[in-house]
Design a protein around this ligand. Structure first.
Ligand code: GTP
Ligand code: MG
Length: 207
């Protein structure tokens, strides 16, 4: 897929204020600092479309971007940010879970996992919750430039093994580096394929 345009649309904390669900939508989610915003910039070939930071907790809102006037890409706040208060965490839970479960044009959730680490409970729990909700998700292993390909493969194998305790099959996975723009073509191709099957949801059934 060629990226002809990529524009910021709006930031929100309320599902009722999101743009009309008339385009296919893809959300990027994962632990704080895993590289969601950086990957969005790499995918769209823009330096600063999504704001990135070395400090965890940069993205705080549901951020909508429209790509090629054809699909929405959504940058979400990260989970598991230790310095956030319990109240903030509960707020996060509420509005992100409401968004994920109620957004009727959401085609697929990309769950980002840091490829440097062994499986983390918080990521596995989140995948299980998506599974329980029947929400479609794919896995993206980020920051692959930070260690050897062998180490990345080992961590992916361990994560897949852990997921197989709950799932019959492991979802499709992508290996990426926002730094090296690695793995972005495959993700865009997957989005392109799903876009081709999109049918505008009946808005009468909204919420
Ligand atoms: P929050 O919005 O805080 O949840 O973080 P985020 O998941 O959006 O992460 P962000 O894209 O802001 O990146 C966090 C840090 O990791 C930044 O310092 C990035 O430069 C760095 N980073 C992200 N992706 C990569 C990558 O593929 N390789 C390397 N080497 N660094 C990366
Ligand atoms: Mg971010």
């Amino acid at each position: 897929m060629l990226i002809k345009s990529a524009e910021f649309v709006c930031s929100n904390t309320e599902v009722s204020k999101l743009p009309a669900p008339n385009l296919p939508e893809y959300a990027f989610i994962g632990r704080s600092n895993v590289g969601k915003s950086s990957l969005i910039n790499a995918l769209t070939q823009r330096k600063n479309l999504a704001k990135t930071s070395q400090k965890p907790g940069k993205t705080q809102l549901i951020n909508h971007f429209v790509i090629n006037d054809d699909w929405y890409l959504v940058d979400l706040p990260g989970y598991g940010f230790a310095q956030t208060s319990k109240k903030n965490r509960t707020e996060w839970e509420k509005f992100i879970r409401a968004y994920l479960t109620k957004r009727e044009n959401l085609q697929c959730i990309f769950v980002l996992i840091d490829s440097r680490h062994e499986p983390q409970k918080i990521d596995l729990d989140f995948c299980c919750w998506l599974g329980e909700q029947g929400l479609p998700f794919l896995l993206i292993f980020t920051k692959a430039d930070k260690q050897s390909a062998v180490k990345t493969d080992q961590n992916i194998a361990k994560f897949s093994k852990a997921l197989l305790k709950w799932f019959e099959q492991v979802p499709t996975r992508f290996i990426t580096s926002a730094e090296l723009k690695q793995g972005t073509d495959n993700i865009l191709q997957t989005i392109d394929e799903i876009n081709g099957r999109f049918v505008i949801p009946n808005q009468d059934s909204n919420l």
